[in-house]
Design a protein around this ligand. Sequence first.
Ligand SMILES: [Zn+2]
Length: 198
Amino acid sequence: MKQPITHCVLCGVALTPVRSFSRLLLRTLPDVLCATCHATFEPAASKEAIFTYNEAMQAWLNQYKILGDVLLAYSFAKELHAALAKGDIVVPIPLHPNKLAQRTFSQVALLLDCAEVPYVHYLQKVQDVTQGLRTRTERVASTNPFAVAPNADVSGKCFVVFDDIKTTGTTLQQARACLAEAGAKSVKTFTLCASEIK
Ligand SMILES: [Zn+2]
């Protein structure tokens, strides 16, 4: 972030400045949301997500992913850092190259970059399917759209696959299966938010 954020990126209210020496000492990540906006996001029931997919999260995801407001990537940096910078190798759910060209940024990897969470692209997306346009039955029945990246040695390693949102869980299951079949020792999954619909 070149310019420090001085106002909430959602509502525009002035943020309480953090004194720079304490930021250096504590290595705290920048706040970009005010406390009022932050409080509109509800904690998830599951330990495999930080937030529930509620109305505030739906609006946030739309502004971040669809409208491309990349400053929002810092919104939950502290929570993501605390949850993911722990030892298992973080593997972001990849975008298909066509989708990446269309969106211009990888929303999942950018969340990790802003949270200062190291990750490795052990997975590639080899099938270009838009999940939103398909029924749940079609999604579940489809073949695995992921593959282990060429020359990646995953055998005996512990991973946590990370995505921005869990809805049916199919994407995470497919990514987990891909790494497990290639010999991973363990594969956990984690998302920024999870839909409570079972
Ligand atoms: Zn705000």
